[in-house]
Design a protein. Structure first.
Length: 303
């Protein structure tokens, strides 16, 4: 009974995490109205990384040279992915569409594991990938034109999804010898420092920033980043990974819903079909987890 209650608590927390992740897209888009993208990401992730580093300060003494090297490597990959993502967000007019394209990273994780570590993959992976590609094709179609034409924002999101898959794959290896909160704080700080340095070299900073934009920036850093990753780490420590994997999959749906509510976004039928195919690929990719959760729920009902 205690285990069941703990899993329910973890699931509820992960639903909250998914809502925070979806809200982060809205916070970020609003902040970009008054800040250049790389400067925004730099400040956001430095604040978030510093907060998590402080919260997990007791874990830093256990960081080995091997752990630091691995964390820096993954952090560099994460930095490039985030910079591509925020550039895509700055260019796109369809946040919901961008969320579904970015979620392709989940489908690509098994492929990365196979390529990098020769890990055998389930048959469901090979069903999911062509379905995801078909969904991406539909998202790139224009009215009365079936040509495969990727817009700049879509291209950045797609590139980011590939790097997110790489980062996630490497993370699974490194977290075995680095605490989750230490690894996360290092990665966030690397993103923040790298983005700020690149911003200094390439962007023109505004002479003044409104209080509203600062509010969105702080919401992005504290709520959508620090709080999100802290709660996610805590929730995942309370339940099997399979619980979180399926719940976090609904992020693009929540993001598209929030974008429709907040910005009045809408999608054409072709775009909806494309997003539907990508979400189907996400579910197929997690099919073993779906079956496991279904069997677990059936057992509870029998009891």
């Amino acid at each position: 009974m205690a285990n069941s209650q703990q899993h329910i608590k973890a699931d509820l927390l992960l639903v909250g995490v998914t809502i925070l992740a979806a809200a982060g897209w809205i916070f970020s888009k609003e902040a970009l109205t008054g800040l250049p993208p790389l400067l925004f990401i730099g400040i956001r992730f430095i604040i978030a990384g510093a907060l998590l580093a402080f919260i997990g300060k007791d874990q830093w003494q256990h960081l080995s040279p091997r752990g630091l090297k691995g964390s820096l490597l993954v952090g560099a990959c994460f930095a490039i992915a985030i910079m591509a993502w925020i550039t895509g967000l700055d260019h796109t007019e369809h946040i919901g569409e961008g969320a579904f394209i970015t979620s392709l990273g989940i489908v690509l994780v098994p492929l990365m594991s196979l390529i990098l570590f020769k890990e055998p993959q389930a048959k469901s992976t090979w069903f999911a990938i062509p379905i995801a590609i078909s969904g991406l094709f539909l998202l790139t179609m224009k009215e009365n034109n079936i040509a495969f034409t990727i817009e700049s924002g879509q291209g950045y999101f797609l590139f980011a999804s590939i790097l997110f898959a790489l980062q996630f794959t490497l993370n699974n290896r490194i977290v075995a010898y680095v605490s989750a909160i230490t690894l996360t704080s290092i990665q966030l700080l690397i993103v923040g420092v790298a983005s700020t340095l690149l911003s200094i070299a390439t962007e023109t900073w505004p002479s003044e920033v409104s209080a509203v934009v600062i509010g969105w920036l702080l919401a992005s850093a504290i709520i959508a980043t620090s709080l999100r990753f802290f709660v996610q780490t805590y929730a995942q420590s309370m339940a099997p990974a399979s619980h979180g994997a399926m719940i976090l999959t609904i992020e693009p749906i929540l993001t598209a819903s929030l974008a429709a509510f907040w910005f009045g976004e809408s999608m054409s039928l072709i775009q909806l079909l494309g997003c539907g195919l990508i979400f189907s690929a996400l579910v197929i990719n997690r099919w073993r987890i779906v079956k496991r959760l279904y069997k677990s729920s059936c057992q509870r009902i029998d009891i």
